[in-house]
Design a protein around this ligand. Structure first.
Ligand code: TXA
Ligand code: MG
Length: 308
């Protein structure tokens, strides 16, 4: 018997653990998830306990590319179009649920969030598990999401049965969440697929909805490191703010990347490193407003919001 929380690359073993009711760390192309089989109520309950997440915050159900998504959700025309174009990929579709998804997954709501990840290791795993796999990001509630197996081990340790290692996440920020219920579509969380791509695909105007009531769990303060996070427009601005606050060079860090792809991929790792080094302030250069930049800025704004 192996110790709980061990890191493995053995997909069959990870699938066996899930089918047996276990809870594991699971890689995806966006961030690592804390995974359990959707139909096993007790195992799904463990996810909430481990994360310290309120039970009414619904979870995303992950499906294999071979699965028939209409088993779990009702797809209208826009939902079908989006699934066709962007699955597998960093897109979560919020659609009316069927009876095949438990209320313990949806927090009692009538809708279900579905996603087909693009990561090959995740797809192998999902093929071998006998139902959808639910997974929130594998971090403690309100904290920075994990983008490597080591991050998951650091945050959750032996509270999980194992961590399936799929390398560093290639995207690095959570999926775009699109609500496709009724006639209109709205983005509840920006991610790797942009509003422009979504409106082009569906021919519909897309609104960006922010706030707790639409998607529980999207509290204003979120994705937060221990350090204070301040968004700046230049390194000069960071320098002078640091000086005016009397910070020594060891007390602050400037987060800056070449482009939005690099920003998304490395942001959470850098925030984690700053916390490990005990820096008290992180200045983040405002990203460009391209597709991933919008998602990065959304996370930076939530990480810099007043803490609960
Ligand atoms: O990229 C991702 O989406 C990652 C990876 C692991 O797939 N997952 C992720 O899950 O970010 P989580 O739980 O951290 O964020 C999912 C968000 C939550 O804010 C939740 O409230 C919302 O999706 N959500 C899920 N089901 C919902 C529903 N039925 N109605 C409204 N919001 C829902
Ligand atoms: Mg999360």
């Amino acid at each position: 018997m192996k110790n709980a929380g061990y890191i493995t690359t053995n997909v069959e073993e990870a699938a066996r653990i899930l089918n047996g009711g276990g809870v594991i760390g699971m890689p995806t192309e966006t961030v690592y998830g804390l995974a359990a089989r959707a139909d096993l109520e007790e195992s799904v309950g463990r996810i909430f306990d481990i994360k310290g997440r309120p039970r009414n915050h619904p979870l995303i159900a992950h499906l294999s590319p071979d699965a028939d998504a209409s088993h779990w959700g009702e797809f209208n025309e826009s939902a079908e179009r989006l699934a066709e174009l962007f699955w597998p990929g960093p897109l979560t579709l919020l659609v009316p649920r069927t009876q095949h998804i438990g209320v313990w997954v949806t927090g009692g709501r009538d809708s279900v969030a579905l996603r087909v990840p693009a990561h090959t290791v995740t797809q192998q795993l999902l093929r071998e598990v006998d139902d959808a796999v639910v997974a929130p990001s594998a971090n403690r509630f309100g904290k920075v999401s994990p983008t490597t197996a080591e991050h998951v081990a650091h945050d959750l340790g032996n509270t999980v049965d194992c961590i399936l290692d799929g390398g560093q996440c290639s995207i690095g920020v959570e999926s775009t969440i699109v609500e496709c219920v009724g006639e209109s579509i709205s983005i509840l969380r920006p991610g790797g697929i942009s509003a422009q791509q979504i409106s082009q695909a569906t021919g519909l105007t897309v609104s960006l909805v922010n706030g707790e009531s639409r998607a529980p769990g999207m509290l204003l303060s979120h994705y937060a490191p221990n350090a204070e996070l301040i968004i700046v427009s230049s390194s000069d601005e960071a320098q002078s703010l640091a000086m005016s606050r009397g910070l020594t060079n060891q007390q602050w860090h400037l987060m800056s990347f070449y482009d939005s792809e690099e920003y998304a991929m490395n942001m959470y790792h850098v925030l984690r490193q700053c916390d490990l080094r005990g820096e008290t302030v992180v200045f983040a250069i405002k990203p460009r407003e391209d597709a991933l930049g919008v998602a990065v800025l959304d996370r930076l704004l939530k990480a810099s919001a007043p803490r609960i």
